[in-house]
Write a protein that binds this ligand. Structure first.
Ligand SMILES: NC(=O)c1ccc[n+]([C@@H]2O[C@H](COP(=O)([O-])OP(=O)(O)OC[C@H]3O[C@@H](n4cnc5c(N)ncnc54)[C@H](O)[C@@H]3O)[C@@H](O)[C@H]2O)c1
Length: 349
């Protein structure tokens, strides 16, 4: 019985890792992937690259999703209490040996420089190199952490929602949110999540908003959240959202005078990299379901919505108010903001 181990940080997992793991899997009877987490060091690596910290359990979950069905166990090794690589080889070897539930015959890796340490601290266990030149997929975790959108195609699918920029398009009724959201998704060849409250209203209360009760608003917030998560899973660098739970909270209060009990649990400012707030400066379009058509009421709705975002902890720098009454200018302002989010000052490569 040939038992293999494939160690690494997988910060984050990418195609190079996955291909090497699958090769290793083809070369032994059973394979364990051992994911090392050294919190201090890993946090520093993420910080240096300007990337949010990726906890070990999240990386473990991504690898489990990617490798599902192959019988590969992913073991999380907490190295936080031992000296960081390369100063803790002896402790690392002891931790790894204790964590893998059976005797190991071979350790796989892509670094020739690790051979010495492996032969010294894992006596009797082979060290087998896989693609040390990274010729098939010339990518590293460092490069992805530093510039995820330049290296998007290499990022493991399960990890992409973490890196995808999340852009919310919000504003009062009849501001062109849905059209703008669709257009932006098309410009960026990506996924988007539409407002489902309207379909819900059609299906559950025959289009008559007066028949809504509080539980309807709770359900809308929950259903919208799940739909948003689904859209995010197929995002290409950025994902657009047509509404959010703050808007649901706003309508719950407007229509029933009360905030439905579970809506706030779906409000989280850190969910979004950018919130584009559209001002009601474009013509009102009555569609049979909209309620707040008077210009003064539209302006007031905008102010109330803005105040709600701030109340719920959204930061002013997260918000972009788009004021122009011109549809082209509105679209171009959004594209410029998304470009900035993805590629910063340097612009597209
Ligand atoms: N504390 C210690 O002294 C000690 C000692 C030894 C090992 N360790 C732990 O083991 C970890 C070793 O993993 P790592 O940092 O090299 O992890 P990593 O996640 O960067 O890479 C994991 C493996 O995939 C290979 N790989 C990376 N990119 C590839 C590509 N494009 N194509 C093919 N293969 C590719 C790497 O060579 C490596 O073997 C260390 O980070 C450390 O946590 C710790």
């Amino acid at each position: 019985m040939k038992v293999g181990v494939f160690p690494g940080k997988f910060l984050p997992p990418h195609r190079g890792h996955l291909t090497a793991i699958l090769r290793a899997h083809a070369m032994c009877d059973r394979l364990y992937v051992v994911l090392s987490e050294h919190q201090t060091e890993d946090k520093l690596l993420c910080e240096q690259a300007g990337c949010s910290y990726i906890p070990g359990v999240l990386r473990q979950r991504w690898l489990a999703q990617e490798l599902v069905g192959l019988g590969i166990q992913i073991i999380l090794l907490d190295e936080s209490a031992i000296p960081a690589f390369p100063h803790g080889w002896a402790q690392y070897a002891a931790l790894l040996t204790a964590a893998v539930p059976e005797p190991v015959s071979v350790i796989f890796g892509g670094e020739e420089s690790y051979r010495q340490g492996h032969s010294q601290y894992f006596p009797g266990i082979d060290y087998q190199l896989i693609d040390p030149q990274r010729t098939q997929w010339p990518i590293s975790g460092t490069a992805i952490r530093q510039q995820p959108y330049l290296h998007w195609d290499y990022i493991a699918g399960a990890a992409r929602p973490f890196f995808a920029r999340k852009v919310l398009i919000s504003g009062p009724e009849s501001c062109g949110k849905t059209t703008l959201t669709r257009k932006l998704a098309k410009v960026y060849c990506t996924s988007w999540s539409e407002e489902l409250g309207r379909d819900y209203q059609e299906q559950v209360v025959a289009g008559n908003g007066d028949l809504f009760n509080l539980e309807d608003f709770n359900r809308i917030a929950h259903l919208q959240y799940e739909q948003d998560q689904k859209a995010l899973r197929s995002a290409n660098k950025v994902c657009f959202f047509d509404t959010d739970a703050v808007v649901t909270a706003f309508f719950s209060e407007q229509m029933l005078g009360v905030l439905a009990s579970r809506i706030e649990s779906f409000i989280d400012p850190s969910q979004y990299d950018l919130v584009i707030l559209l001002k009601p400066t474009v013509p009102w379009v009555a569609d049979g379901m909209r309620e707040l058509g008077d210009p003064a009421i539209r302006q007031q709705a905008f102010e109330q919505l803005l105040a709600l975002y701030l109340k719920y902890g959204f930061k002013p720098e997260q918000l972009l108010v788009v004021e122009s009454p011109d549809y082209l200018e509105r679209l171009d302002a959004c594209i410029a903001a998304v470009e900035q989010l993805l590629y910063g000052e340097q612009g597209k490569p």
